[in-house]
Design a protein around this ligand. Structure first.
Ligand SMILES: [Zn+2]
Length: 381
């Protein structure tokens, strides 16, 4: 067991698979379920750490590939790792870099990120994305910064994540295109499992926990097989990656099948959920942590989340609206500012607007998850 790391299930819902837990790391304890805001480059865009903390954020996840390309893991290591370099003293996760590498391949080529767009052709076994070369050893790809040829495999991902020094790191996996056919998915999954074994055998820093990543796409039996095989490898926790189907219903069915095969006493992290409406179903499926770019990404486009949905603060109608974003919200933005003022800032391209709405959205998402924890405690979720 990594130094300072542990996971305890504190209580379980009798109504769903939801559970309350404590995730212990060398940089503090996280109450789960918890949302993990995305600090791609080692920062939450537009917001310093103090307001990020004031918004109730317990931990963040950074992107290995981005930090590998710039400034480079060696630079971060020289400054004492991500915690010392960034000044964030709470737990940090880093992803494996796999998703970013592959979204530069199939994702870019087909205009798909994680979710298949309607009308795109299925990706068949043996299909090769442009600009990517996948072999048993790893993946060759081109840097999005300068076009140079780069290589990343399980050992490279582990070495980079070791130097970055996050509390939880993820095994290097292929994130297959969402429209992959079954034969492609089987080949990809088997290779991801072989890569997972190589990651498990890599020596990380003593405090670092390693999560294996379940794949299998939209095929329920493959998801179950992936979860079983990874569980047998003895990881500290498990990530659930890739795509599950377009609807919340398809996603929750796939999550239920996957979670049922994972060890009950280990933490589970869902990689990249898409929409606020998915938060409660994800928690009810037995997921402990999940990362989500929605609160921060949408904030920078003028979208604030409220219990009834979302407000597009760019719209001129808000110039006459004296209410805060959410009258019930306790965040610093809602205490001090009206929708009218925020609307004015967005329309005037004042960069303060990005910070103020990011702060509200983070607070709103953290509060939603804190309320879910209360409901689990009361046996209501
Ligand atoms: Zn607020």
């Amino acid at each position: 067991m990594p130094r300072g790391f542990g996971f305890d299930v504190v209580s379980r819902s009798s109504r769903s698979k939801a559970r309350l837990g404590l995730l212990r790391t060398a940089h503090g304890v996280v109450e789960t379920p918890a949302i993990v805001p995305v600090a791609t480059q080692g920062a939450i865009k537009a917001l310093p750490w103090e307001p990020v903390k004031a918004a109730g954020t317990q931990l963040v996840i950074s992107n290995t590939l981005h930090l590998h390309l710039r400034p480079g893991a060696a630079v971060v290591k020289k400054h004492g790792g991500l915690h010392a370099f960034t000044g964030w003293d709470r737990p940090i996760f880093t992803d494996s870099g796999g998703y970013q590498v592959f979204s530069l391949g199939f994702g870019k080529e087909m205009g798909t990120g994680k979710v298949a767009k309607d009308g795109t052709a299925a990706v068949a076994a043996g299909a090769k994305p442009k600009g990517l070369k996948i072999t048993e050893k790893g993946v060759e790809f081109r840097s999005y910064l300068d076009g140079s040829r780069l290589f990343i495999g399980p050992e490279e991902s582990m070495a980079t994540q070791r130097d970055l020094g996050a509390d939880v790191v993820f095994a290097f996996d292929e994130c297959p295109p969402p429209n992959a056919d079954r034969a492609y998915m089987e080949t990809s999954m088997a290779r991801t499992h072989r890569w997972a074994r190589r990651c498990r055998d890599f020596r990380l820093a003593p405090h670092q926990a390693l999560y294996g990543v379940v794949q299998g796409g939209g095929f329920k039996d493959l998801r179950k097989q992936s979860a079983r095989e990874l569980a047998a490898m003895g990881f500290d926790g498990f990530g659930i990656g890739g795509e599950f189907g377009a609807s919340t219903r398809a996603m929750t069915a796939m999550l239920a099948a996957t979670v049922a095969e994972l060890p009950d006493d280990k933490p589970r992290h869902l990689l990249g959920i898409g929409h606020p409406k998915d938060i409660i179903p994800v928690i009810k499926s037995g997921v402990d942590t999940f990362d989500c770019t929605v609160p921060t990404h949408y904030a920078r486009h003028g979208v604030a989340f409220v219990p009834s949905g979302r407000l597009d603060l760019m719209k001129a109608k808000f110039l006459s609206d004296k209410k805060p974003i959410d009258p019930k919200c306790e965040c610093a933005t809602c205490k001090a500012h009206s929708r009218a003022y925020l609307c004015h800032l967005f329309r005037s391209r004042e960069i303060n607007a990005l910070s103020l709405v990011t702060q509200h959205n983070l607070h709103y998402f953290n509060r939603t998850v804190a309320e879910a924890r209360e409901l689990i405690k009361k046996g209501l979720l």
